[in-house]
Design a protein around this ligand. Structure first.
Ligand SMILES: Cc1cc2nc3c(=O)[nH]c(=O)nc-3n(C[C@H](O)[C@H](O)[C@H](O)COP(=O)(O)OP(=O)(O)OC[C@H]3O[C@@H](n4cnc5c(N)ncnc54)[C@H](O)[C@@H]3O)c2cc1C
Ligand code: FES
Length: 264
């Protein structure tokens, strides 16, 4: 095991985590529950973990970054929502209970605490960190969850049934929830919003930022850059900001929306 120590104690470390449960939630998507007591106890919404490949592939493939979708400090369960995109995610999704994943975390900066009337805006897999943020909130909040079509709203409803959480779904083709994009719905609700928190594709984040800026509302975004080390050492995840390049893995992935150059 290796770890980085700060004055407050270890900031992040590796942990070998048995897979407790794996559910295929839609074709190409699964929800994986792990026993990760050390990371689950420390992680904040918006932080992420690097997941190493199965041992036989570790030497020639880098770990991959994943948001925390759920964490239970009491029983040590950590949940990841995983979309199969390429070789790494395919290898991970091919394992299940009986195997163990090696994680490095918790990494990056989390979201600030929600204030009353906070609006959360998730596009596609952007639901992962925002579902965890909503579940951890001490105040009621509204979550807008959008995708192109109903089949892409893959987050299990049971993970979104939380007291105080008002869920509004949108699909571009109208096959579930309101017809239109998450940003269309945000534009109708923004007048009554407190702070806005968003995660999803870049164009969506840029549109959220533009809307919030015009309305004079504070907004935070989580950006998903490609990563290598995940701990701030390689500069492989540089994000352009108003004050130069920053590292998504260490200075983010959560940034003030106005700080990041999102539509460049
Ligand atoms: C902070 C952070 C949090 C993330 N959270 C989640 C999550 O909760 N669930 C989840 O399923 N995925 C998440 N991702 C994306 C996930 O890391 C990538 O899908 C994964 O690394 C792809 O690995 P691969 O080997 O399967 O694909 P590769 O073979 O490496 O690439 C396959 C395809 O995926 C694209 N891709 C690779 N990495 C990214 C990325 N970071 N963002 C967008 N496209 C990418 C590539 O351009 C390529 O088209 C997150 C990424 C970051 C940076
Ligand atoms: S991935 Fe290496 S600095 Fe961010």
């Amino acid at each position: 095991m290796w770890l980085l120590k700060t004055k407050k104690g270890p900031e992040y470390q590796t942990e070998d985590c048995p897979v407790i449960d794996k559910q295929v939630v839609a074709s190409g998507y699964c929800r994986v529950a792990l026993h990760a007591p050390v990371i689950a106890r420390k992680v904040d919404p918006g932080q992420f973990v690097q997941i190493f490949m199965p041992p036989e592939h570790r030497d020639h493939m880098l770990p991959r970054p994943f948001s925390i979708f759920g964490a239970n400090r009491k029983n040590g369960e950590l949940v990841i929502l995983l979309e199969i995109k390429g070789r790494g995610t395919d290898l991970l999704a091919g394992t299940g209970p009986g195997s163990s994943w090696k994680l490095l975390g918790p990494l990056g900066t989390g979201f600030p605490a929600l204030s009353p009337a906070s609006l959360l805006v998730a596009g596609g897999m952007g639901i992962a960190p925002l579902a965890f943020l909503a579940a951890s909130a001490a105040v009621p909040c509204t979550l807008i969850y959008g995708a192109r079509t109903a089949g892409q709203l893959i987050c299990p409803q049971s993970d979104l049934n939380r007291p105080g959480l008002s869920l509004l779904e949108t699909t571009e083709d109208g096959s579930r929830g309101e017809k239109g994009t998450a940003v269309d719905l945000l534009s109708r609700l923004i007048a009554d919003a407190g702070t806005v928190f968003a995660c999803g594709p870049r164009p969506m984040l840029a549109a959220v930022n533009n809307l919030c800026r015009r309305a004079g509302i504070e907004a935070w975004v989580s950006v998903e850059e490609r990563m290598a080390c995940g701990v701030g050492a390689c500069l492989g995840c540089a994000v352009a900001t108003g004050s130069g390049y920053k590292r998504a893995c260490r200075d983010g992935p959560v940034f003030r929306a106005e700080e990041v150059i999102l539509d460049g």
